[in-house]
Ligand binder design. Structure first.
Ligand code: NAP
Length: 251
């Protein structure tokens, strides 16, 4: 019998994390929802149960090392391995702040969650990913982290300014590339990819999904499609890429 696919989705309690969890559950994966607030996480698990889907739950604040360590330990104790890690938790703290004056505090917060948190979770779960026959790390990045897009006057990103968030996503992209190369060099069957969901109608950045839609954001199901495609790809031969639903995204 083939190994059950055990997937952890950080920030799985709402937004794209919830939709990714829902779709992977529908496709038969065992999904662990990482939620920094257990009550919110339990509400999400209950919501999915109403749809006939059984999700697991772990407390996980990606910016709190103790929380990351104990989440890794509880996954180790309960499952013994992890097949797919989806680093989805993310936030922006410096939207519309000009680079010449943006406060240091906001820059630190952008990096704490989008870069250091992502790396801490990845490192703590690496031993469990290595226990799986084949494993995947999918980093939810953003076109906002693409320098190619930021320099392209035709791109939505050209006018946008959130330099801390953008830099943290660009840094996470470089981590993606370097980790993917390390896995290859060590002959480990672990792929590492970055995904751009596009502009998606969630509560990201403090807007309501309806406000986001009015600004041109796409439905959440479209935003998660590339991630779900990678997470369910049986070949697992794609690594070190940055892509969205339409294909490769310029770094
Ligand atoms: N929406 C977009 O247009 C868009 C575009 C490009 C990329 N992205 C990226 O897509 C990912 C998901 O975004 P989304 O649109 O679904 O946003 P969202 O609706 O704001 O959801 C963000 C999720 O991250 C969680 N989170 C926040 N801080 C956390 C922490 N310290 N530890 C663990 N979880 C934490 C939130 O939990 P709480 O409920 O506890 O706050 C929530 O579950 C993010 O990485 C974002 O950067 C979004």
């Amino acid at each position: 019998m083939s190994e059950e696919i055990v997937t952890l989705v950080t920030g799985g309690n709402r937004g794209m994390g919830l939709e990714i969890s829902r779709e992977l559950l529908q496709k038969g994966q065992r999904v662990i929802i990482g939620s920094r607030n257990l009550e919110k996480g339990q509400d999400t698990v209950n919501e999915l149960a109403q749809e006939g889907l059984k999700a697991d739950l772990v407390q996980l604040d990606v910016t709190d090392h103790n929380s990351v360590e104990s989440a890794a330990k509880s996954i180790q104790d309960k499952y013994g391995y992890l097949s797919v890690l989806i680093n989805n938790a993310g936030a922006v703290f410096d939207f519309r702040q000009e680079p010449s004056v943006v406060e240091m505090d906001r820059l630190h917060k952008d990096f704490e969650i989008n870069y250091f948190g992502l790396i801490d979770v990845t490192q703590q779960l690496m031993p469990l990913l290595q226990q799986s026959k084949q494993a995947k790390i999918i980093n939810i990045s953003s076109m906002m982290g693409s320098k190619t897009e930021a320099l392209n006057p035709e791109s939505q990103v050209y006018q946008a300014v959130a330099v801390g968030y953008q830099s943290a996503k660009a840094a996470a992209n470089m981590y993606t590339v370097q980790l993917a190369k390390e896995m290859q060099k060590k002959n480990l069957n672990i792929t590492v990819n970055a995904v751009d969901p596009g502009m998606v109608a969630t509560e990201f950045g403090g807007a309501t999904p309806d406000q986001a839609k009015a600004m041109g954001a796409k439905p959440i199901e479209e935003g998660v499609s590339r991630t779900v495609e990678l997470a369910t790809d049986e070949n697992n031969d794609v690594t070190a890429t940055f892509s969205n639903a339409d294909g490769p995204v310029g770094w």
